[in-house]
Write a protein that binds this ligand. Structure first.
Ligand code: GLA
Length: 377
C-alpha cells in the first residue's frame, strides 16, 4: 500500500478510494506572460504533492495535511464560499468548489514541493486534488479543462490572480521535456530538454525570500499589461511584434510601456529558446535566460536583491545562463551550469548570501518529470 494510503487508513479508519499526485514546476523561460496569451516553457520537477481521497455521503469535507500533524478540519459543502477555510486548506476547498463535488469527501494531503520557493506548491496541491476528483467522480474532464478549473479555483476561491502556466504544466508535463504551452488555447508541444548528456545541470536556487502574489505587485503588473492592450487597441500583447510595439511607445505612459515591453520581448525569447533547444545550442539558451532576467529585473521590476545576487554569483561561477523564475519578489532562481561547477557555485552563493546578511539559500536540481497522475493502488 502506498505510504499515504496507510496514513489515510490510520486517520480515517479505512483505505482511500484513490491516490493522485501532481508536481511543482520550474519555468525555463516565458515569465509573466501566461496572462498575456503568451507561450511559456516550464517543466515539472520531481517533487510532488500527493492526495489520498474517499467519497462521503453526508455533504461534509474532512481534510488533513500530513505536514500539519494530521489534524482533521471539517467543512460543510453547502457552506463553501470564496475565501473560507484555513489558508492552506483553501487551495483544496477551492478545487472541490469549482469541480462541484456534491456528496462530500475526506482527504489527506502530503505536500513535498518546497513551500514558498516559487516552485508552485499551490498548483501541485490543486492539481493533485483535481486529478483525484476527476477519477473518483468520473468527471471525464480533459487536462486542459482541469487546468482551467484549478486556475479558477485559485483566482476565485483563494483570491490569487495567477495565470494558467503552473496548473497546466503540473497536469500536462512529460518527463525529459520542457512543455511549450500556448497559454491562449492550452495546446502544447514537448521540447526535449536533455542537458545531462551535455554535462550540464539546471541548478535551482531557493533564495528563501518569500513572495506573496496576493500582495499586489503581481496584480499590478497584470493590470499594466491589460492597460497596454486596451490603449493600443490590440487583442493581446501576443499579437504585436517588438518593432510595432516600440513604434507606438508615445501612446503609452512610461510604466505601462516598459512593462509591456518586457512582455513582448519575453514572448520572442521563448520562441528563440525553443529554436536554440532544437538546435542543441545551449550557449544561445543561456544568453536568452540572461536576457530574460535583465528584463524581469530592469523592465518588469519583479526581481529582488536576493534573486539578483543568486543570478550574478552563478554567472560569476561559470553558469552559461541564470534567471529568476516564477512570480518574483523572492522565490527561486535557476542557473544552467556545467555539472562540475555546481558545488563550487552553491558554495559561492552561500557565501555571498551570508556576507549580504540574507537567509541561507537552499539548492535543488531536478530533471524534467511527468505531470499529474492517479497512482494505482
Ligand atoms: C506565478 C503565477 C503564474 C505566472 C508566473 C510568472 O507563478 O502563478 O501564472 O504568471 O507567476 O510567470
Amino acid at each position: 500500500m502506498h505510504e499515504i494510503a496507510k496514513r489515510f487508513n490510520s486517520l480515517f479508519g479505512h483505505a482511500p478510494e484513490v491516490v493522485a499526485a501532481a508536481p511543482g514546476r520550474v519555468n525555463l523561460i516565458g515569465e509573466h506572460i501566461d496572462y498575456s496569451d503568451g507561450f511559456v516553457l516550464p517543466f515539472a520537477i520531481s517533487d510532488t504533492t500527493t492526495v489520498a481521497m474517499s467519497r462521503r455521503k453526508d455533504g461534509m469535507i474532512r481534510i488533513a495535511s500530513a505536514q500539519k500533524s494530521a489534524e482533521i478540519f471539517e467543512f460543510s459543502l453547502d457552506k463553501l464560499a470564496p475565501l473560507t477555510g484555513e489558508s492552506w486548506a483553501r487551495y483544496a476547498l477551492g478545487v472541490l468548489w469549482v469541480l462541484d463535488v456534491d456528496t462530500g469527501v475526506e482527504l489527506l494531503i502530503d505536500g513535498r514541493v518546497p513551500l514558498g520557493a516559487g516552485l508552485s506548491s499551490s498548483a501541485a496541491l490543486e492539481c493533485s486534488i483535481a486529478m483525484a476528483v476527476n477519477h473518483l467522480f468520473q468527471k471525464g474532464m480533459s487536462l486542459q479543462e482541469l487546468a482551467r478549473a484549478t486556475q479558477k479555483a485559485e483566482n476565485k476561491y483563494v483570491g490569487v490572480p495567477c495565470g494558467i502556466m503552473d496548473q497546466s504544466v503540473s497536469l500536462m508535463a512529460k518527463s525529459g521535456s520542457a512543455l511549450l504551452l500556448d497559454c491562449r488555447d492550452l495546446t502544447t508541444e514537448n521540447i526535449p530538454f536533455l542537458i545531462a548528456p551535455q554535462g550540464l545541470e539546471l541548478l535551482i536556487i531557493d533564495t528563501q525570500a518569500h513572495h506573496k502574489l496576493v500582495d499586489g505587485g503581481y496584480a499590478e503588473r497584470r493590470a499594466s499589461c491589460e492597460k497596454a492592450v486596451a490603449t493600443l487597441g490590440i487583442t493581446s500583447l501576443r499579437d504585436i511584434s517588438v518593432a510595432d510595439y516600440a513604434a507606438r511607445q508615445s501612446e503609452l505612459d512610461p510604466t505601462t510601456y516598459i512593462r509591456g515591453f518586457h512582455a513582448v520581448t519575453e514572448m520572442k525569447r521563448v520562441l528563440d529558446a525553443v529554436e536554440a533547444l532544437k538546435a542543441n545550442n545551449f550557449d544561445r539558451l543561456g544568453d536568452l535566460l540572461n536576457q530574460s532576467h535583465r528584463s524581469l529585473r530592469d523592465d518588469y521590476t519583479v526581481s529582488c536583491p536576493e534573486l539578483n545576487l543568486a543570478v550574478d554569483t552563478a554567472l560569476d561561477q561559470g553558469a552559461i545562463g541564470a534567471r529568476m523564475v516564477g512570480g518574483g519578489f523572492g522565490g527561486s532562481a535557476i542557473a544552467l551550469i556545467k555539472t562540475e561547477y555546481v558545488k563550487r557555485c552553491e558554495n559561492a552563493i552561500q557565501r555571498a548570501f551570508s556576507e549580504a546578511g540574507f537567509k541561507n539559500p537552499r539548492f535543488f536540481t531536478s530533471l524534467p518529470s511527468d505531470g499529474a497522475r492517479v497512482i494505482p493502488s
